[in-house]
Each structure stands twice: as C-alpha cells, then as structure tokens.
Design a protein around this ligand. Structure first.
Ligand SMILES: C[S@@+](CC[C@H](N)C(=O)[O-])C[C@H]1O[C@@H](n2cnc3c(N)ncnc32)[C@H](O)[C@@H]1O
Length: 292
C-alpha cells in the first residue's frame, strides 16, 4: 500500500496507529497473558453476546476481523478453532499480529493483511467467503463512509453469514473528556447541569483533533497526536447495514465500555468502565446482523 495513495485522513490516522502499537503492547489494557496461556478472552460484552451469533462455537468457522489492530482479538477466535483473517492498515500492527500468531502456534489458522478498509475487496479478493465478520471497539469513528463500510461487510459475508459489531455509542462521543472531568455534575446535578457537548451528534464534517495521551495509556507521549475522526449517528449505521442487504438481529445499548471513555467512569468487576452512580447515558452499543 503506497503511502501517497491514501487520502489525508488515512495518512494522519495511520501515522498515529503505527506509533500506538508499541504503546499498547506495553500497556496494562492490552495484557496478553491469557492469550499467551492459550485462553484469550474478548471484552465482557462480546463474550456475552458472541454465543448468540455462533451458538455452536467457532470450530471451523471463517472469521474476518476488520481493523484487527495487532491481532489479539483475532487470535482468540483462532484459539477457539476458527480460521481468521485480520485486516488493518497499520503495517507495524500487522507485523506484530503475524509474530504473535507464530509465537502462539496459530500461524496456520490466522492470516493478517495490511490494507485500508476501503481497499479490502482488492486486498482480499474472496467475496462471500466468511461466516462471520467481527469488528469492535474503536472502529467506525476512523472511517468516513459508513455506507461503503456496510457494503464491504456484506460483500465478504456468505449468505446467512453474520456480522458482530460493537463500539462506543455515538451519543457518548459528543462529549469531550474535559467536559466530563467533573463528577460533581453527574453526582449532584445530573444531566441538567451537564457541561455542553463538544461535537454535534449529526456532525458530517470530519473532526480534526489534536490531543495528548491515549485511551490505553493517558500518560503516553505520542508524537502523532493529530487524528481525523468521524461521527456516525446510530440510525445511519443501522440503515447502512440494512441498505447493504443485512437484517438486524439485535441492537443493544450498554452503560459501560472496555476503556475509560471519561475520567468519571469507574472500573467494574467485569473489566468494563461504567457510570459511578446511575446509568445516565449509553456508553456502548452492539449489534448483530445477518446477510440475506
Ligand atoms: C482501537 S483499534 C480496534 C481494534 C480493537 N478493538 C483493539 O482495541 O485492539 C483500531 C484499529 O483500526 C485501525 N484502522 C483505523 N482506520 C483504518 C482504516 N481506514 N483501515 C484499516 N484499519 C484502520 C487502526 O490501525 C487500529 O489498529
């Protein structure tokens, strides 16, 4: 993938993701001990919901993991017997994923491809070849065109194949971290006193953001601090999947997410981060859909 073939948003974001691979490998959040012990686990929400889409388990299923990062989640499916293909546009992430697969003896069952998501059909010319497309937690906010995302998923799924998608809830993404760094607003005043949102829920213009730190390591010194991100209202995402030929099997909203989205959130026993008092606003969402 030649660098100059990428649009600006992808070049800017990829530089950051390339740099984050080492930061994440060193972080507590991306602890690989269970995976290395042969018993990798996905985040709690996915563990609860994925049996709904693969009730007979993963043995022999072909799984496409879009935006797989350095492959930790992809390799969980391989450990459970699936044949998995992970796709990510960061070469350092893909190299690390391949190395991890070899280290774990899963090289035969896990393949990693480096490509921009929008080039996936060229990078992986295998239409209708996957039982499951999996993509979760920190994905579509990096993608400008949600309709094309949905069409790509539909293109790869076998008839009756299923998508599992989980991510931050777009209603929560309107808030800025500093705005939510005021627990008193939540504890004493609740929504009425809540600070103003930073982004519009229906924003169609890309969000040009320049911030220090990282979700897995707030103290990380990251040179590539700029990102270009995109808002996708829930209705737009669901409608894109329907328009692409998928039937929605469930759509769930969650009061917790796998990372500390706002500093007011507290870690729960299941490893997710939720509201300290009442479940005020949805923080996460997940859905399953079947290709007709
Ligand atoms: C937060 S990770 C999501 C995976 C998983 N939840 C995790 O935490 O490991 C986001 C991934 O999306 C990838 N990514 C972002 N934009 C992409 C694009 N246009 N095409 C392919 N991959 C992309 C990044 O390189 C990164 O590895």
């Amino acid at each position: 993938m030649a660098h100059d073939e990428l649009p600006e948003w992808a070049r800017v974001n990829r530089a950051r993701w390339d740099e984050l691979v080492d930061v994440h490998l060193a972080s507590e959040m991306y602890d690989l001990a269970d995976l290395r012990a042969g018993a990798g686990r996905l985040v709690a929400i996915d563990e609860v919901e994925l049996p709904l889409i693969a009730p007979e388990g993963w043995q022999g299923l072909r799984v496409l993991h879009l935006q797989c990062h350095f492959g930790a989640d992809s390799l969980v499916f391989a450990q459970r017997g699936a044949e998995v293909v992970g796709l990510d546009f960061s070469m350092p992430a893909v190299k690390q994923a391949r190395a991890l697969a070899e280290e774990l003896g899963l090289g035969e069952r896990a393949r990693f491809v480096c490509a921009n998501l929008y080039d996936a059909r060229h990078a992986l010319p295998e239409p209708e070849s996957f039982d499951v497309v999996y993509t979760s937690w920190g994905t579509i906010g990096w993608l400008p065109d949600i309709a094309e995302w949905a069409r790509i998923i539909a293109w790869f799924l076998k008839p009756d194949g299923r998508l599992y998608f989980a991510d931050g809830h777009p209603a929560a993404f309107v808030f800025d971290e500093p705005a939510l760094d005021a627990p008193a607003a939540l504890l004493d005043g609740g929504p009425a006193l809540f600070p103003p949102a930073r982004y519009g829920y229906f924003d169609e213009t890309p969000l040009d953001i320049d911030e220090d730190g990282d979700y897995a390591d707030p103290d990380a010194q990251v040179e590539n601090s700029r990102t270009i991100e995109f808002m996708h209202p829930l209705g737009a995402t669901v409608t894109a999947l329907i328009d692409a030929g998928l039937t929605i099997d469930f759509l769930h909203e969650h009061d917790a997410v796998p990372w500390q989205m706002f500093s007011v959130l507290e870690r729960r026993g299941d490893g997710l981060w939720g509201w300290p008092v009442t479940a005020w606003l949805p923080l996460g969402m997940s859905l399953a859909a079947t290709r007709r």
